[in-house]
Design a protein around this ligand. Structure first.
Ligand code: HEC
Length: 478
């Protein structure tokens, strides 16, 4: 089946609806099978240029989730390269492992020829092994765009990437866009959670369940910062996305973004918490041209170092990377030929260049739950606790996989995309008997969302429950 073209009729339907041509819709309905919201495909994306005159690649949600748990023999070969426990913070013990994870993510997804970058990562067509996307990230103001399935993420703070990097307009910010992929082990669990498209079931990601060992997730992050403002974005890998003008200006058009980071997460029973989180930073200065392989390893973490509450290594506008020798559960690549100066996370824990310098990968990800009863970071609330205080350290404990962060919530097992998808679904909140599922998502401009009644949400949560938005970061205060 040609997946690219399968997307267009659905998109076309939504455009017609948005234009209010309801008689045309009635005619279409007479010839198509009756919709079944519990099994109809999930929408691919929420924002796209009109199909007329656009001939480029169209994003398709990879949603043919495996029905059976993949065999043990499908556990990635790089599992054999995991260093022996107890894990060492010396990155040289991890380098082979990290590069093998990178190769596993790249295999069948990446081209060496820049002319082919635009059709790379069509993971449903990967000839080596299929990868899968999270449903319901199309929805809402940050929802997926239709070229590569990118969702809008954090603003890029002034000078976050280099001293020469500014802002697009006074009081505004550049932006990050991202898309994530789950291998077949992860895809199996997504399929379980979403077996009934109208009733997501997070008991599949809450103890005693959870993503199975062998799950690998990778995620590409791009910025719309002009590559000329950031030395390590020389020779950039670039995509086109149907994205906002700026973080603050929601008007969308086809614009260029540059690859800056690739995150990975691996579910391995030998890891103390069950998960390993690692990241790679783009550095075009290491090669003669644009290449996915310019993603250089930054580090890996397997715990939050719960007893370490110092501040000396937090480094928001770095002139040099500062590696904290007191951290025992984070390992950072010290090779300065591979990596430009970077800020890392709170007191030197692992975080990437577009991540918050007061946080860490595991700190944010262990909060993945529905409903989101706590913010992802102690900073993302009114009156945050003092940095390093007892209340603050709740976000730097070592919570095992599949454990809810709050009593009363179900765990999304460290997957914030899964938590966002389920949250979006309950925001959408159709009365169950309501009409066509595929046409019910919001098309650009995204105005219908605000007007929709929130019926299911009120049913799903006790009145007065305070929940937090799962957003990657808060806009910088100027
Ligand atoms: C400030 C909180 C925060 C920090 C810090 C953070 N992330 Fe995330 N991450 C998110 C959110 C929110 C998402 C979901 C949004 C999206 O990807 O569309 C996400 C998504 C991901 C995904 C896709 C799978 C999933 O569902 O969660 C991976 C893999 C990932 N992050 C890895 C990392 C790694 C590795 C680091 C550290 C280098 C990191 N993250 C740091 C908030 C954070």
């Amino acid at each position: 089946m040609n997946h690219t073209h399968a997307t267009l009729p659905r998109l076309g339907l939504a455009v017609l609806l948005a234009a209010g041509i309801l008689s045309r819709l009635a005619a279409a309905e007479a010839t198509t099978p009756a919709p079944n919201p519990s099994t109809d495909p999930f929408p691919d994306f929420g924002f796209m240029v009109s199909p007329e005159g656009y001939t480029g690649p169209v994003f398709q949600l990879s949603q043919d989730y495996p029905k059976d748990l993949p065999a043990k023999s499908d556990v990635p070969a790089f599992f054999a390269k995991l260093p022996a426990a107890p894990f060492s913070p010396d990155f040289e013990a991890w380098r082979d492992y990290m590069m093998a994870v990178r190769d596993y993510c790249f295999e069948g997804n990446t081209s060496a020829d820049p002319a082919k970058f635009a059709t790379d990562w069509q993971v449903q067509n990967n000839p080596v092994r299929k990868w899968y996307h999270i449903p319901w990230q199309h929805y809402g103001a940050s929802g997926r765009e239709g070229v590569h399935g990118l969702t809008r993420e954090a603003p890029v703070a002034n000078m976050q990437l280099s001293l020469a990097q500014g802002v697009p307009a006074p009081g505004d910010n550049y932006q990050t866009y991202a898309v994530g992929f789950f291998n077949s082990f992860g895809g199996y669990t997504i399929g379980k959670v979403w077996a009934d498209h109208m009733n997501p079931d997070l008991s599949w990601t809450t103890k005693p369940h959870g993503f199975p060992e062998g799950t690998v997730i990778c995620k590409l992050l791009f910025v719309d910062v002009p590559a000329s403002e950031v030395p390590f974005l020389v020779n950039p890998v670039q995509w086109t996305g149907y994205i906002q003008e700026t973080f603050g200006n929601t008007a969308r058009s086809l614009r260029t973004v540059s690859l800056i980071q690739m995150d990975i997460a691996v579910r391995d029973d030998r890891a103390p918490l069950g998960w390993l989180f690692g990241t790679f930073q783009y550095n075009g200065a290491v090669s003669q041209g644009p290449a996915w392989k310019n993603l250089m390893p930054v580090g890996i973490m397997w715990g939050n170092d719960p007893k370490n509450n110092g501040l000396a290594y937090t480094n928001p506008n770095p002139v040099a990377t500062r590696i904290n020798p007191e951290l025992k559960e984070t390992s950072i690549n010290a090779d300065t030929r591979q990596l430009p100066p970077t800020h890392l996370g709170w007191n030197g824990r692992l975080n990437g260049p577009v991540d918050n310098p007061q946080s860490s990968c595991l700190s944010c990800h262990m909060t993945a739950e529905y409903p989101a009863l706590s913010p992802m970071s102690p900073l993302f609330q009114a009156n945050p606790p003092a940095v390093g205080s007892k209340t603050w350290m709740r976000w730097f404990e070592n919570l095992p996989c599949a454990t809810p962060f709050d009593p009363g919530a179900q765990s999304a097992d460290f997957s914030l995309q899964l938590a966002i998808g389920v949250t979006n679904f309950y925001e959408w909140a159709p009365p169950k008997e309501s009409g066509l599922f595929a046409a019910a998502y919001t098309q650009s401009p995204n105005t219908a969302a605000a007007k929709k009644p929130k019926l299911l949400k009120a049913q799903a949560l006790p009145p007065g429950t305070h929940t937090f938005p799962i957003v990657r970061d808060l806009p910088q205060k100027h």
